[in-house]
Design a protein around this ligand. Structure first.
Ligand SMILES: C[S@@+](CC[C@H](N)C(=O)[O-])C[C@H]1O[C@@H](n2cnc3c(N)ncnc32)[C@H](O)[C@@H]1O
Length: 402
């Protein structure tokens, strides 16, 4: 792997960095990968933040092997010996074991680095042996799993969105700015200043209480914000979109306090955080896929909204014996493929009383199919305009009631 020579060259620096990260964040994996511009990047993922089951399983197996509980078979494994230090460079402490994942384009390989010493002419030399399992795995594959039913998931935009979420959830610096990252905004947050202006001009946001109470939602994740004189407040157009949605939801459904809400595809938690400002729901089931769910957890935690009332789950973990008063999905349910749509229509929709669905462009046949299914489940299904409408987006709302 072409990264190996870099690791050889930078061995001491990498050990230092790993040690520092491990001391601060606990055990984890250092990932060495190429970024979009072909530069090498080093990222540390604390074990608890690693959502990839493959990596976690491998790590557990390796830890067990280290403890002697599992036989470590070396014969089929790749072993690379890194250069030896005669004297350890100043201040360099050798961690007991390091975990390293090297990602080169599509392929990834998880290594365990085992410290070794050897005596040469009465001098002690130190070095690492990198041992890799023969299975070549792409760390990304775990996130773009076969079960991915999001039509955008396999596209370039979808992949970069997930990658950005993954990096932001485990890297403090990237977390500070993820909402203004281009890769993230391709999916969430590409509303511009003018669209925000339309909302503050056309909608009576004061119904949602003191607008300044929403400002802190934009203090996390570094979105691009604008000052709007109409509301005398600086906010991101995306938060304004969510405020507008909440306003609309509360027009269609008046009594939501003490009710159970489920949101499908809530992104980083923007709508949930706005809605939580004015509605005292009983329970909010927040459904997202990995690694976006991890980012939402972190965002909601940082704005102090992650509490017992919010249950963050991936689709497979949606509780079985629960019913909800309202299902909300803004431009997420409608972006699923047939299998994804079917999953929700079959397993979740029959357990909800009402729905508020933000819909993207639909081909007529597909739209008719979905409407038919919804009409079988609900007494009324009505279509509404999105106001204000974004000049480029063709969207509509479906409100379903039993
Ligand atoms: C266009 S984004 C909309 C995000 C957010 N609702 C908004 O309006 O800003 C679609 C979202 O659906 C999520 N998603 C994809 N597949 C999903 C699934 N099977 N279940 C739940 N959410 C899913 C994606 O991760 C993404 O965050």
């Amino acid at each position: 792997m072409e990264f190996i020579h870099l690791i050889r060259e930078k061995q001491a620096e990498l050990i230092r960095l790993y040690h520092l990260e491990e001391t601060q964040k606990g055990m984890g994996v250092m990932v060495f990968r190429k970024d979009k511009t072909d530069n090498a990047q080093v990222i540390y993922y604390p074990l608890e933040n690693i959502t990839s089951t493959y990596i976690v399983q491998r790590l557990r197996a390796m830890v067990l092997a280290m403890e002697g509980k599992l036989e470590l078979k070396l014969e089929h494994r790749l072993i690379i010996t890194l250069p030896q230090f005669e004297d350890l460079p100043e201040g360099l402490e050798i961690p007991k074991v390091m975990y390293f994942c090297i990602m080169d384009g599509a392929d990834g390989r998880l290594f365990q680095l085992i410290p070794q010493t050897t005596k040469v002419e009465d001098k002690t030399w130190y070095y690492y042996q990198m041992i890799a399992d023969p299975t070549i795995e792409e760390m990304n594959k775990e996130h773009v799993s076969n079960k991915d039913t999001w039509t955008v998931g396999p596209t370039e935009n979808g992949k970069w969105f997930k990658q950005t979420c993954l990096l932001a959830l485990s890297n403090d610096i990237l977390f500070k700015t993820f909402r203004s990252a281009r890769e993230f905004r391709e999916i969430i947050g590409n509303e511009n200043e003018a669209y925000g202006k339309q909302i503050v001009t056309d909608c009576d946001l004061s119904i949602l209480g003191d607008i300044r109470n929403y400002k802190y939602l934009d203090e996390i994740g570094g979105p691009i914000r604008y000052y709007y004189s109409e509301i005398d407040c600086e906010l991101s157009p995306t938060t304004l979109r969510y405020m507008n949605t909440v306003l609309d939801v509360t027009k269609h459904f008046t009594e939501l306090d003490d009710k159970r809400i489920i949101e499908i595809g809530g992104g980083y938690g923007g709508l949930c955080s706005v809605l939580s400002q004015i509605i005292e729901y009983k329970k909010y089931t927040f459904v997202e896929i990995e690694p976006v769910i991890g980012l939402a957890k972190r965002y909601l935690n940082e704005i102090n909204k992650e509490n017992e009332e919010i249950d963050l789950v991936v689709p497979e973990q949606i509780p079985e014996d629960v019913e909800w008063d309202l299902l909300i999905s803004e431009y997420a349910f409608c972006e699923l493929n047939e299998e994804g749509i079917e999953f929700y229509l079959k397993h979740i929709f029959p357990r909800v009383k009402n729905c508020y669905l933000g819909m993207n462009v639909w081909e007529e046949v597909r739209k008719t199919q979905i409407l038919k299914r919804l009409e079988e489940l609900f007494t009324t299904v009505t279509e509404h305009k999105v106001t204000p409408e974004h000049p480029e987006w063709k969207r509509y709302i479906l409100v379903c009631k039993r």
